[in-house]
Design a protein around this ligand. Structure first.
Ligand SMILES: [Zn+2]
Length: 82
């Protein structure tokens, strides 16, 4: 005996299969076109990570070369300067 759910599945399955057959080339094209964007952000992240790793050394050098500097890590207009 065939249930209503089995009958439904039998009718829907070919439609779903057709959907995914048609969709795959669109998805493939999407990811090919998106690759440069992903590559770009991977390079930006690598640069940010390198800069973050370099910051303690840069800040130590700044403290050494720029004594009595009002820079607080965010602004040179710290309290008393405004
Ligand atoms: Zn400074």
């Amino acid at each position: 005996m065939t249930t209503a759910a089995q009958e439904y599945q039998a009718k829907v399955k070919p439609l779903e299969d057709d959907y995914w057959v048609r969709r795959k080339p669109l998805d493939d094209a999407y990811w090919v076109r998106r690759k440069p964007r992903n590559d770009y952000w991977a390079k930006v992240k690598a640069l940010r990570d390198a800069m973050t790793a370099y910051m303690p050394e840069l800040e130590a050098l700044h403290a050494q070369l720029c004594t009595d500097c009002p820079w607080d890590g965010t602004t040179i207009f710290s309290e008393g300067a405004a």
